[in-house]
Design a protein around this ligand. Structure first.
Ligand code: FAD
Ligand code: 2HG
Ligand code: ZN
Length: 529
């Protein structure tokens, strides 16, 4: 029999509109002091090619921007308390930390263009920032770069209810867009746990994947056009709303996933699919990883055209969620693995029959030990909160090391046990014990896309722990011809490891593209290439 769900839903996480909005909405974690960050990651030396900001530069910014959109500390002639900039200098993981003395929040594309032209002419380094939910240290300054926040550019420009094509500013928060299109019978083609804070511009800049990729594909397919300001102030107006356009090179593709290194995205045109009439979600208890795979194969066979998500997580991930979220296990006992299946179709009876049949078959074959089928929208939301609440729950457990890898599904989970063993051998971890530096090793992710999130939670970020995974994880991924970044990007974290997933000639051409768009290398320096 299928159990019912009684867990409580996590309240919707909303982004606040104030200056401190950058990292706070997702969790109430304090931003740590600068000294804590200094030792545990390799900070490239500051390039002396970049100008050190002075009051003169800030005075120039005052001529092109309204004063309320400039946050500058006394170090550069402003009046802001340096603590006000903490949320822009520290990333969501509290792992990377810059020392910027100024945040600019332009309200229009023209203002972005004027800022970038000045910065390029004067060799002032700039880091574009969206919701600051990135997980690879790409969204925060490394040293004293100007933070260019898109937070003030958050208007829907147009929406065509026939085609479902949305054109909006890059600073629109994903969840707000989701609500906007939902009222018109559509959905955004991507969804992720950070939706309450991340911006559509940040999503495009990172080519975010998330939980709907299995159904709607990547942003390389759903983004129809972009408006991008290049480092010299040129506005590339490629804000097309056409599904088909083969007039030469498709330049927008270069900016999708460019992580703020080639241009600042100011506008996005994206196609939004119709909302499905019938959505079903089930959470299953699975005895081992090979059954997770068998269940996936059968799910695709039985639910093919209505399958919209297939996610998994292990028992350690579940323990963190149950400890830190106001949620209860919908199943009657604990299992080594959990799978979440979502179907979205147009005929409820048809989908119910398909999913019900699949679940019975999975149970009969012993592939699945227990299952819970959501009975209404609030149970669906609670089940998703369980999966989406994993990163936040792990952050509440301690300092979280994250590896976001793509490799063939059959060996995807092996790395989790492998890393746990290496940590145990080094006397840094003992499962279930809290007296070791490492508290938890877990794996979860978008198994339908061949994407695992290996997370290791420790007391703190420190070299002796990092040394266990780096470069080991990257070597391991490379030996399986996988990707060292399936969806989170390269940022600062992986820039020295790019060679594990890209050939020297690919990296050389990436550098040439960077030189072409940003000859002075002012945009998001020290990151990606
Ligand atoms: P930021 O973090 O502010 O910036 C990310 C990068 O993009 C930086 O390099 C920045 O310079 C650049 N950038 C931002 N805005 C612009 C712009 N307008 N123009 C040019 N460059 C820009 N990621 C996934 O792929 N899938 C997931 O399922 C997922 N889930 C997550 C869940 C949680 C709880 C958290 C905290 C993060 C998750 N992420 C996920 C990572 C992150 O949310 C995404 O990478 C997201 O797309 C970043 O958007 P953002 O607006 O916060 O960008
Ligand atoms: C997810 O799928 C995100 O939940 C975050 O991509 C993954 O935190 C992570 O490792
Ligand atoms: Zn993910």
């Amino acid at each position: 029999m299928l159990a019912s769900v009684r867990a409580r839903i996590i309240p919707t996480r909303k982004a606040s509109a104030g200056w401190t909005a950058a990292t706070k909405p997702l969790r109430g974690q304090a931003v740590l002091p600068l000294s804590v960050f200094a030792s545990f990651y390799h900070k490239p030396a500051r390039s002396e090619a970049f100008k050190r900001l002075s009051a003169e530069d800030v005075n120039y910014f005052k001529t092109i921007l309204p004063s309320e959109t400039i946050l500058a500390t006394p170090a550069v002639g402003g009046t802001a308390d340096p603590a006000e900039l903490d949320a822009f200098n520290a990333d969501w993981l509290n792992k990377y930390r810059g020392n910027s003395q100024i945040v600019l929040r332009p309200k229009s594309t023209e203002q972005v263009a004027a800022i970038l032209k000045y910065c390029s002419d004067n060799r002032v380094a700039v880091v574009p920032q969206g919701g600051n939910t990135g997980l690879v240290g790409g969204s925060v300054p490394v040293h004293d770069e100007v933070v260019l926040s898109l937070r003030n550019m958050s208007k829907v420009r147009s929406y065509d209810e026939i085609s479902g094509i949305l054109v909006c500013d890059a600073g629109c928060v994903l969840e707000e867009l989701e609500n906007y299109v939902a009222e018109r019978g559509h959905v955004m083609p991507l969804d992720l746990g950070a939706k309450g804070s991340c911006h559509i511009g940040g999503n495009v800049a990172t080519n975010a994947g998330g939980i709907k990729l299995l159904r709607y594909g990547s942003l390389h397919g759903s983004v129809l056009g972009l408006e991008v300001v290049l480092p010299d102030g040129t506005v590339l107006d490629n804000l097309s709303t056409l599904r088909k356009d083969n007039t030469g090179y498709d330049l927008k593709q270069l900016f999708i996933g460019s992580e703020g290194t080639l241009g600042v995205i100011t506008g996005v045109s994206v196609v939004t699919p119709r909302r499905s009439e019938a959505v079903n979600v089930a959470v299953l208890g699975v005895p081992d990883y090979s059954s997770v795979q068998r269940a996936f194969k059968l799910t695709r066979q039985r639910c093919g055209e209505v399958l919209s998500a297939y996610e998994f997580w292990d028992a350690s991930s579940m323990s963190a969620v149950l400890k830190h979220q106001d949620l209860r296990n919908p199943l009657s006992s604990e299992y080594p693995f959990y799978v979440l299946i979502e179907t979205s179709g147009s005929n409820k009876d048809h989908d119910d029959e398909k999913l019900g049949g699949l679940l019975e078959e999975l149970m009969e074959e012993g592939v699945v030990k227990d299952g819970a089928l959501a009975q209404d929208d609030s149970q669906i939301a609670r089940m998703w909160s369980m999966r989406e609440g994993i990163p936040e729950s792990l952050s509440k457990t301690g300092a979280t090391y994250k590896y976001d890898i793509s490799i063939p599904i059959p060996v995807l989970y092996d790395i989790v046990g492998d890393i746990a063993q290496r940590l145990e051998k080094a006397n840094l971890y003992k499962p279930g014990s809290t007296s070791y530096p490492v508290r938890l090793v877990c794996g979860y992710g978008h198994i339908g896309d061949g994407n695992l999130h290996l997370n290791v939670v420790a007391e703190r970020f420190e070299d002796k722990v990092t040394k266990i995974f780096e470069p080991y994880v990257y070597e391991w991924v490379s030996s399986h011809r996988g990707s060292i970044s399936a969806e989170h990007g390269v940022g600062l974290m992986k820039r020295d490891y790019l060679g594990y997933s890209k050939s020297p000639s690919m990296i050389e051409y990436m550098k040439r593209i960077k030189d072409l768009f940003d000859p002075n290398h002012i945009l998001n320096p020290y990151k990606v290439v």
